[in-house]
Design a binder for this molecule. Structure first.
Ligand code: DMJ
Length: 458
């Protein structure tokens, strides 16, 4: 019902724009998608399909068939286009088998290739989808590429490569780095070569020299989905990609050793690291890590399994506390563990909630892996809070301050609310065989991609 409400309002007021502005009842284009439109349509497709909202799925599909134009010219984020558009199209293709989604994914994938044309093969963050020119984000230090951006391509690109299976398509990729797996693996080669301070991965890397540009480490924004894609690459390969598993294990070991802390009040959290100095803060984005660590904990020696299961549960519980300690029962964009604060935002600029999914994402994984009822209870608390504070007359909106029961709304219904937040909430209350974790991995935008089971290929 929440999904239908979010979709119906987007359709009525913003179809063809990227996202709905639910207060002003119009659409928002944004500046991340390089002239591409319909981010909400593409992000919502698989959720509508899974929820069996058939009429709504057909509306979305028709828009893709008739109006989704890839001949655009504008600055796109390689990362955002990959996780939302390519991920959404691939997942919908795998769920439905409908050719239109496959061909659009491949066509769009090809347009992203020039971003890899750098001395190291590490792609730049921004690409003009028309001209193929690429460059680094103006805000990223010294022309660097971002770990969470170039480290979050692997799952989708392996599927593009597998699905293309077409020599003509491969020949078209006449760039130094093509779409085939070995070249995506090149990113790993660079990362394996470069020295890591205390085994940690900083967030900024030069695509020219292949060296770190700044020593900021975070499992939240700028770093997050790099770690997620290591463990999921291994799972998606039916546990064959041992390089990815080793990189994940080593990275997590360094994180456990240097970043995992316990607050005075007994809450476990993962701090950020700036050139050796800890910042005792967790971003909302970092809350995905409870689910990731739980997923990774299912594999490995018994002692580590137990330790990682416990760590995953503790992080998820801390993230729940960040929700429970607010007046709206929704969590802030970042919360701190210093100057007497415990899982609460201390800065005005960090008090907002933009319909983000990471906390319910962890509830979903923890529920599926432990079946402890508290995770469903916590998920239900989120449903109630969203209904109470984020539902407005014409859609769902983010709020500017989670610490007041009369928050003002930000007038944005983010596309990831339909792709992720509502999908994870739905899966939390479904049977485990709906998109079973045995058969699917979710990309970082919650688009399910099939695991390459060796036996199913035989
Ligand atoms: C989503 O687009 C993805 O989950 C991404 O990895 C991080 N940020 C948003 C949601 O918060």
């Amino acid at each position: 019902q929440m999904m239908k409400f979010a979709w119906d309002n987007y359709k009525q007021y913003a179809l063809g724009k990227n996202e709905l502005r639910p207060l002003t009842r119009n659409g928002h284009i944004g500046n991340m998608f390089g002239g591409l439109r319909g981010a909400t349509v593409i992000d919502a497709l698989d959720t509508l399909y899974i929820m069996e909202l058939e009429e709504e799925f057909q509306e979305a599909k028709q828009w893709v068939e008739k109006s989704f134009d890839l001949n655009v010219n504008g600055e796109a984020s390689l990362f955002e286009v990959n996780i939302r558009y390519i991920g959404g199209l691939l997942a919908t293709y795998y769920l439905t088998g409908e050719e239109v989604f496959r061909s659009k994914a491949l066509e769009l994938g090809e347009k992203l290739l020039p971003a890899f044309n750098t001395p190291t093969g590490i792609p730049r963050g921004v690409i003009n989808l028309g001209s193929g020119m690429s460059w680094s984000w103006g805000w990223a230090s010294a022309g660097s590429s971002i770990l969470a951006e170039f480290g979050t391509l692997h799952l989708e690109f392996l599927h593009l490569s597998e699905l293309s299976g077409n020599p003509v398509f491969a020949e078209k990729a006449t760039y130094p780095v093509s779409l085939s797996p070995p070249q995506v693996m090149n990113i790993r080669r660079v990362l394996n070569r470069v020295e890591k301070p205390q085994g940690l991965y900083p967030n900024f890397l030069s695509p020219v020299t292949g060296s770190w540009v700044q020593h900021h480490v975070s499992i939240g924004g700028l770093g997050d989905s790099f770690y997620e894609y290591l463990i999921k690459s291994w799972l998606m390969s039916d546990k064959k990609d041992s390089e990815a598993k080793k990189m994940y294990d080593d990275a997590l070991e360094a994180i456990e050793k240097h970043l995992v802390k316990k607050s005075a009040g007994g809450l476990t959290y993962i701090a950020e690291w700036r050139g050796g100095i800890l910042d005792h803060k967790m971003g909302h984005l970092a809350c995905f890590s409870g689910g990731m660590i739980a997923l990774g904990a299912e594999h490995g020696p018994e002692q580590r399994r137990q330790r990682h299961r416990q760590l995953a549960a503790e992080i998820t519980s801390t993230c729940h506390e960040s929700y429970a300690r607010s007046d709206t029962r929704l969590g802030p964009e970042a919360f701190r563990f210093d100057a007497g604060s415990e899982a609460t935002a201390t800065r005005l600029s960090e008090r907002y909630y933009i319909l983000r999914p990471e906390v319910v994402e962890s509830y979903m994984y923890l529920w599926r892996l432990t079946h402890e009822p508290k995770y469903r209870n916590w998920g239900w608390e989120v449903v109630q809070a969203l209904e109470k504070h984020c539902r407005v007359d014409s859609g769902f909106s983010g709020i500017r301050d989670v610490y007041t029961t009369t928050p003002t709304h930000d007038n944005m219904q983010q596309s990831f609310f339909l792709a992720e937040t509502l999908k994870y909430l739905y899966l939390l209350f479904c049977e485990d065989d709906v998109l079973s974790l045995e058969d699917w991995v979710f990309n970082t935008e919650a688009h399910p991609l099939p695991i390459n089971h060796t036996d199913s290929k035989a």
